[in-house]
Design a protein around this ligand. Structure first.
Ligand code: AP5
Length: 193
């Protein structure tokens, strides 16, 4: 079983690269952002709670997203691997994920961190906001708040996996294809697929 975390700030290309990775390797894609947006679209209690945080560019409470990931792992007992996109985003989430995976006798294989400059992230997100319909992309202040949340609470998660010798950093600027080929290279160096 191969379990990959695709890590990086908002706009770094996690969603874009995840689509290509699941097509190539057949893993289950677990994006907490997508799962939360589905909950909002379905107007569930969880979605309504999450919405108030997401609209401000703040992280949703750990217990909410950890519960969602636990359910998604249980729902896919025969997966060949999981691709975590946008999770874990705090050290508490990383610790909880280790625990959930060890209950299933597995572990994170690799974290790949996409590195993109602040200026390029702002440019990509403002541009996407013209068509995405995502409330958190439409206001420059909210985009800045998301990037600040990332610096304060999420960036330290890379250190957690670095200490376990599971972190590789990748340049997230350039063509989508070139970045995908760098990512695939790291996956295949770690695991013959
Ligand atoms: P989430 O949905 O995870 O959004 P995000 O991290 O802000 O990431 P994005 O989807 O904005 O960017 P991305 O890295 O996927 O880049 P993409 O490929 O789309 O989270 C949203 C919110 O949900 C959070 O703010 C939080 O409130 C909540 N949440 C989610 N998970 C949580 C958790 N674990 N804990 C607590 N709260 C949580 O690309 C971006 C743009 O760039 C696109 O337009 C794309 O076409 C373009 N692009 C991609 N690659 C390139 C390239 N190489 N060159 C040029 N443009 C490119």
């Amino acid at each position: 079983m191969f379990n990959l975390i695709l890590f990086g700030p908002p706009g770094s290309g996690k969603g874009t690269q995840s689509e290509k990775l699941i097509e190539k390797y057949g893993w289950i894609h677990l994006s907490t952002g997508n799962l939360l947006r589905e909950e909002i679209a379905n107007q569930t209690q969880l979605g309504m709670e999450a919405k108030s945080f997401m609209e401000k560019g703040q992280l949703v409470p750990d217990a909410v997203v950890i519960g969602m990931i636990g359910s998604a792992l249980d729902a896919n007992p025969n997966a060949s691997g999981f691709l975590f996109d946008g999770f874990p985003r705090t050290v508490a989430q990383a610790e909880a994920l280790d625990e959930l995976l060890s209950e299933k006798n597995t572990a994170i294989s690799l974290m790949l961190a996409l590195e993109v400059t602040h200026q390029e992230l702002m440019k990509r997100l403002i541009n996407r906001g013209k068509t995405s319909g995502r409330v958190d992309d439409t206001d420059e202040g909210i985009i800045r708040a998301r990037l600040q949340e990332y610096e304060n609470k999420t960036a330290p998660v890379a250190g957690f996996y670095d200490r376990a010798s599971k972190l590789k950093r990748i340049k997230g600027e350039g063509t989508v294809e070139d970045i995908f080929s760098a990512i695939s290279g790291h996956v295949e160096a770690k695991h013959v697929v």
